[in-house]
Design a protein around this ligand. Structure first.
Ligand code: AMP
Length: 249
């Protein structure tokens, strides 16, 4: 079974993002970029399926600028067998990415497609769901456990106050939540091996997809600055402040 995994290049989760001075977006110039953390989990899960003998081939896909090749090399260092970059310098919104992935699903016919539950830059949490709708495939979002057997995936997902376990017929779309697994560290020998793995570069036009944005960002603002806290000497002062200043009790 082929497994297709979508990996996005995003601003590294350790970087404190800055809003551009003209409020049109976030400054990404000279900022460290990395693989979206949920996509690392998605790749790790695919690699574990391959190690169990369930998956035969893992294809990592990224859509975006040329530098997404670095993200794909990381995916291959974790264990993906080959990579596809859909290269464009256009701003890609979830619907455009879902359309590109749908075209690749048609081309590659994977048995399972794993995405991250959300990208930490746009926090959209849309692409997996849109892909499932466009490709008319069953989906389970927010997977925290995944088992594949007999043409079916059994997937647990966290819900309010507990977890639910669903069974879907493959092919299906699954999006990875934080607790699905803990991704392995990328080792130097595997980074070296990944350099020799095949990477195909396509353009959106090659897949017949119009990626032009459908949504316009009007304004991006920093969150309001929080005022500094104070240290209180004892509980009585705390209660008095909560009562008389904050007026919350
Ligand atoms: P989002 O809907 O933007 O929160 O993204 C959800 C998931 O879709 C991500 O975790 C990735 O697996 C996938 N995805 C989104 N954008 C891209 C992209 N440009 N290239 C590859 N995968 C993407």
């Amino acid at each position: 079974m082929k497994v297709l995994v979508a990996v996005k290049r995003v601003v590294d989760y350790n970087v404190k993002v800055r809003v551009k001075s003209d409020n049109t977006g976030v400054d990404t110039a000279n900022v460290k970029m990395s693989m979206n953390p949920f996509d690392e989990i998605a790749i790790e899960e695919a690699v574990r399926l391959k190690e169990k003998g369930v998956a035969s081939e893992i294809i990592a896909v990224s859509c975006g600028v040329t530098q997404c090749q670095e993200t794909l090399r990381t995916a291959m260092a974790i264990g993906a067998d080959r990579a596809i970059l859909v290269e464009t310098s256009e701003e890609l919104q979830p619907l455009a990415v879902a359309k590109l992935l749908k075209a690749l699903v048609d081309k590659e016919q994977p048995g399972l497609i794993i995405l991250g539950k959300q990208a930490i830059d746009d926090d959209c949490n849309q692409t997996g769901q849109m892909l499932a709708a466009l490709a008319d495939l069953p989906q389970v979002a927010f997977a925290s456990k995944l088992e594949v057997a007999d043409g079916k995936a059994t997937v647990s997902r966290e819900i309010d106050g507990g977890s639910e376990t669903l069974s879907v017929t493959l092919p299906a779309v699954v999006t990875a939540d934080l607790r699905l697994n803990e991704p392995r560290y990328v080792t130097l020998p595997n980074i070296m091996k990944a350099k020799k793995k095949p990477m195909e570069v396509l353009k959106p036009e090659d897949l017949g997809v119009d990626v032009s944005p459908r949504i316009k960002t009007l304004k991006v603002n920093e969150p309001p600055k929080r005022s500094a806290g104070v240290k209180v000497p004892d509980v009585a002062t705390l209660v008095s402040k909560l009562k008389n200043e904050a007026k919350v009790i």
